[in-house]
Write a protein that binds this ligand. Sequence first.
Ligand SMILES: [Zn+2]
Length: 273
Amino acid sequence: MSAARVLLYLATAAGLGLLARTLIRGPVPLWIALGAFGLYVCIAAAGVFKPQLRMYADLIWRGPTDRGEVVLTFDDGPQPEHTRRILSILDRAKVKATFFVIGAKVEKHPEVAAEIVRKGHMIGIHGYEHDRLLALRSATTIMKDLELAQRAVVDATGEVPMVFRPPVGVTSPRIDEAVRKMGLVMVAWSVKGIDGVAGARPDQVAGRVATRVRPGSIILLHDALERSEQEPASVAALPKILDAISAKGLRVVELKAWLPELNSERKAETSSS
Ligand SMILES: [Zn+2]
């Protein structure tokens, strides 16, 4: 069990203790009640917005830190022009990446999804609609969304995607339940390019990744913007990012090369808790 989940359980127990004390011995001072409530909200919210804490869901967010390997991931595609530009930069550098695609976009551009797989990259799903509130839906609704995304990828590429990145990185116990039932592996990140927002500058994106990348990093970039056809900053930043990775003595490996090791670590952790 993750330390963050233990903290959440302890905070819940402390909150219930405070409630019991109020019922038995009368109300606590208002500042204590408000302070405790505020602290609880902060702890619970940290788990929502920082999936790496693994408070609500079991996931992978970085790889082994004992060798000089990093993984590149791209979200929110496919988009014919930008995804293909990313693919040709990766081809030239002889580097394989993982693309977390949106099911509805795969249905629109199946040939681009097929090209990703044909060029030897891994394909994962990022939801069918990129529903920003997916974490709040029921486990059944989440499963339907993920199954639609999975089917779109299978139809376009013939490959069954087994890795999933939640839209906007927000997790919940229901997402965890849906992912477990479907046998998917959830993947977050440890280094964010922040390249998928309007106004992102390629030099800033490359600089941010270059400063933060280290052994075991899972780097999050975009091969398309979520809702616009504008070019994401990663297209122009990618050559500089690849240079920075090499300059640090690191090399890009495939996510699937890490999965057996990371999965067995996760299983050992779950069974010991
Ligand atoms: Zn996204």
